[in-house]
Ligand binder design. Structure first.
Ligand SMILES: Nc1ncnc2c1ncn2[C@@H]1O[C@H](COP(=O)(O)OP(=O)(O)OP(=O)(O)O)[C@@H](O)[C@H]1O
Ligand SMILES: [Mg+2]
Length: 240
């Protein structure tokens, strides 16, 4: 009988049960069964969460508290709208605009992490440069369809640092394809140091830029990151 249990448990991918069921303390058969299924569900959820976190390639955060003082939210917008991922419901995009060290990457990461932890949603973080490189490489290797399919399964795409590096023509066009695909079907957070009027310097083409901006801002909120660089503030504090 023991071998049969081992065999069935293995086929059900529940090998831990025959190994550990004797450690479960329960007053009744029902309680015993409850504890077993509960443990399995907890384990599966933890595993799924870890996978989502790993796949998201979000930067690590070091437990610092986010300071909201210098962030200009659109009127009526709450922190919960951002952190609880309410914006995902209507496939709204968020555009974080501001100078260096003002928390754009930090807040986008915080939102991504919170949405994964609380809602088990699929999030992926890229710098614009890294996504464009991945797109160019996939295109050269005949894997563009596969990459686009992966991207189409996301709930939230975070594109960090638009504007820091100008894109080559093909890179800009591929990025446009991604933005087009996401339009009205999923949310993007995009962080940038450039006003929309200067995005043509990134895409290198006025018509393409207009098409990108049009799609991104149609259902979007603009958050303005004011204030001084926190990196700068921290380095001054550390040097005192
Ligand atoms: N609003 C904030 N509250 C607390 N710490 C912050 C805030 N903004 C920035 N910092 C600190 O400064 C560091 C740099 O911030 P972050 O990388 O988010 O800036 P950024 O706006 O993305 O800048 P860049 O445009 O150069 O990429 C963070 O890791 C954090 O330590
Ligand atoms: Mg940044």
């Amino acid at each position: 009988m023991h071998d049969d249990i081992l065999n069935y448990a293995k086929r059900l991918k529940l090998s831990w049960i025959p190994q550990h069921y004797q450690e479960v303390e329960a007053q009744s058969q029902q309680e015993f069964l409850l504890k077993l299924v509960e443990a399995e569900v907890t384990q599966r959820e933890e595993k799924k969460l870890n996978q989502l976190l790993k796949q998201s390639t979000l930067p690590t955060v070091n437990g610092e508290t986010f300071i909201w003082n210098d962030i200009q939210l659109p009127s009526g917008m709450t922190k919960d709208f951002l952190l609880q991922g309410d914006f995902l419901e209507h496939k709204t995009n968020l555009i974080f605009y501001g100078g260096v060290g003002t928390g754009k990457t930090f807040l986008s990461t915080l939102i991504g992490l919170t949405i994964i932890r609380t809602q088990a949603k699929k999030v992926k973080f890229y710098t614009v440069a890294s996504l464009v490189n991945a797109l160019l490489e996939a295109n050269n290797n005949g894997n563009l369809g596969k990459l686009m399919k992966q991207l189409s399964k996301l709930d939230l795409l975070i594109l960090d640092e638009l504007g820091y590096i100008p894109l080559h023509k093909q890179g800009g066009e591929l990025l446009f394809q991604v933005i087009s695909m996401c339009y009205e079907t999923r949310s993007i957070i995009i962080t940038t140091n450039l006003q929309f009027g200067q995005w043509n310097h990134v895409f290198g083409d006025q018509i393409l830029t207009e098409a990108v901006v049009d799609r991104l801002i149609h259902h979007s909120h603009l958050l303005i990151f004011n204030g001084e660089s926190h990196r700068y503030k921290q380095s001054i504090l550390n040097s005192k």
